[in-house]
Design a protein around this ligand. Structure first.
Ligand code: AVI
Length: 326
């Protein structure tokens, strides 16, 4: 995921949008940021590092599901004899989905893979690399926001659709927004189309807390990097030494929340506006929401889907679920 402003044709629009979003968030009480802005080039790299740290279990768990359960996925996903479109929202490096793609190609399943990503670099890389890793794959990458990309695929083809949304990205929306997102997704689909979506599950609260509060401090750097981005792109003067990361996890409702707090009373200038911080005042940076399996099923039903299958890793910490549009 990369929402960089530097080289894309939408540079001006994105630059204006980030300015409005950042100033709105920093003028609010309590202050907040949009976590989608974490992913500039450095943010992408820090997130890749997060995926390697021992405490961040999510990637390994989902990778295990994709390595071990591809045949189960295949049996459900290949229910369309005349072929289908496999659309991955926020495809990134497609490492996990590659396991499924290989399995589909090796089993001669008739499908076209449409990775959608906001980053043109990501799409170019997939076009360069995937056909080498998976010879014979029918690939049509689309650089776009999720819904814009999905509409583009719908306009190109009327085959049944299977949507992939992996990596617990849905957890970065608060539950009411996530429900609205799934409902909007459903509206773009026809009855019988499928959605394969990853949810991080509620578990030992310390395991979750530690995943977002790692010993090496990479998560802290990941959060602070957004201040560096704002310094660069919005002519701001955040002093990173004056902020610290704080993580909270509430096991009663599954809400994981990341904050940066101000270590001192200070004034920061952002795009010409003066923003005052009191000592210990927090900026709410990101939500990483965790669900129970029951909540996940409930989510499916409320947004117009029917749960078809739960796939879980051996520790039962993460689930990829398959939902059918009804
Ligand atoms: C991208 N997303 C699913 C990550 C998560 O687990 O919420 C982002 C992240 N933030 C801190 N660590 C990882």
């Amino acid at each position: 995921m990369n929402t960089e402003t530097e080289s894309s044709p939408e540079t001006y629009v994105l630059a204006e949008q980030i300015k409005v979003d950042v100033l709105t968030g920093l003028s609010a009480s309590p202050k907040y940021m949009h976590s989608k802005y974490f992913y500039d080039t450095k943010g992408d790299e820090l997130f890749r590092q997060i995926m390697q740290i021992p405490e961040y279990y999510l990637t390994d768990c989902e990778m295990e599901i994709f390595k071990d359960r591809c045949m189960d996925m295949l049996n459900t996903l290949s229910a369309f004899p005349n072929g289908f479109d496999l659309i991955e929202l926020g495809a990134g490096d497609a490492i996990k989905s590659s396991e499924l793609l290989k399995c589909l190609v090796h089993n001669d399943i008739n499908f076209t893979y449409y990775p959608i990503d906001i980053s043109g670099n990501v799409i170019q890389l997939l076009h360069d690399e995937l056909p080498k890793r998976i010879p014979g794959i029918d690939l049509q990458g689309i650089q776009a926001e999720y819904f814009e990309g999905l509409k583009e695929v719908v306009s190109r083809s009327d085959r049944p659709k299977i949507i992939l949304l992996l990596g617990a990205n849905i957890g970065n929306m608060p539950p009411d927004e996530a429900l609205e997102f799934c409902t909007l997704l459903r509206e773009q689909l026809l009855e019988g189309d499928l959605l394969l979506i990853g949810f991080d599950l509620k578990k030992d609260p310390w395991v979750i807390f530690n995943a977002y509060n790692d010993q090496q401090g990479v998560t802290e750097q990941f959060n602070l990097n957004l201040l560096t981005r704002i310094n660069r792109e919005l002519a701001a003067d955040f002093n990173l030494q004056n902020f610290r990361h704080y993580e909270s996890y509430d096991p009663t409702n599954g809400a994981g929340k990341s904050y940066l707090f101000s270590k001192t009373n200070q004034t920061v200038t952002v795009a010409g506006e003066e923003i005052l911080f009191e000592e210990n005042e927090c900026i709410f940076m990101e939500t990483s929401h965790k669900y129970s399996l029951k909540e996940v099923d409930h989510f499916a039903l409320k947004s117009g889907f029917e749960p078809v299958m739960h796939l879980m890793d051996s520790k039962k910490w993460f689930t990829d679920v398959i939902w059918k549009a009804v």
